[in-house]
Design a protein around this ligand. Sequence first.
Ligand code: HEC
Ligand code: HEC
Length: 290
Amino acid sequence: MSFKHIHFLAAAMAAVLVALAPAAGLAETPAERGKYLVNSIVACDNCHTPKGPNFQPIAGMEFAGGRVFSGPDFRAVVPNITPDKETGIGNWTDDQIINAIRNGKRPDGTTIGPPMAIRFYRTISDSDVKAIVAYLRTLKPIRNQVEKSVYKVPPPENYGPTVTHVPDTPRTDKVAYGRYLAFSLGHCMECHMPRKDGLPDYTRVGGGRDDVVGAPGGGLITAPNLTPGNPNGIAKWTDDQIKAAITTGMTPTRPLVRFMAFDWYKNMAPEDLDDIVAFLRSLKPVPSGQ
Ligand code: HEC
Ligand code: HEC
């Protein structure tokens, strides 16, 4: 092999290593990990960036708040989470931001209301929640004062015992890591799991939900049953078909309503998508229409 070839090979290998590094967690800083998470599975800005008439994010307003979610008994205005000191969270400490994400508590002691999926974010690991905060710190501060939300039924006093420590989920267990992605980071199950007495029903994981708020036009929308109990569901699809639905919104039979965070999910690393599919394949059948 000539020197030229060796040089070429070395360059090619370096390129492969650079491409693999973020996914494998090699030499990744917390802010890089946070950037990857927020721009793929977590998608905070799907809510925290205001949207224009065609549901596209308004350029120059990234994470600056103002989007409105209306439910039967609330009108939530999404706050500014850029580092702006007056209208954003620039004056909050890391621990205060972590407490807001995992416990739904602001520094003044008030509780964050729906639709932010605090019940799911409670189980984000210490290292991932710190990574998300490190990334939020890198955002451009944007001045944007938003109105206060109105809840006819006040948000709960708390979402459970205060969370202070959550260990990492090992990546070696694909189903467990896929579950972590689908519950804690992506809160897929906030929408794809039915409710009982107003709370997620953990006896029917993946069973779907017909009262998801925030549909285009302001109404309710059905999130399908993802378990083998749905005769027309994803259990009969190939892995690639399931991945395409998650990342492009195209199913084998129809385009989905542009409601899920496809434009973020498409940035997921291939192994994260694989693990979500492994988790979805592990779901126990929940009969449809229950
Ligand atoms: C489904 C929409 C949604 C998603 C996704 C979401 N949020 Fe929120 N968030 C909200 C709403 C709505 C509020 C305000 C609720 C209220 O007024 O009580 C809020 C409040 C907050 C607050 C409190 C800010 C303040 O000034 O009161 C912080 C901090 C926050 N979110 C951070 C995040 C982060 C970080 C993520 C991603 C990990 C995230 N949010 C994902 C909707 C969302
Ligand atoms: C905010 C609510 C919400 C979240 C979060 C959400 N989904 Fe969905 N999902 C929906 C809705 C609503 C539809 C159906 C849209 C339609 O009917 O066009 C859907 C459709 C799907 C489908 C197609 C199923 C079928 O039978 O057609 C799959 C697969 C899916 N979601 C997986 C996921 C995964 C995986 C995640 C997390 C990474 C996720 N969803 C997060 C609301 C959500």
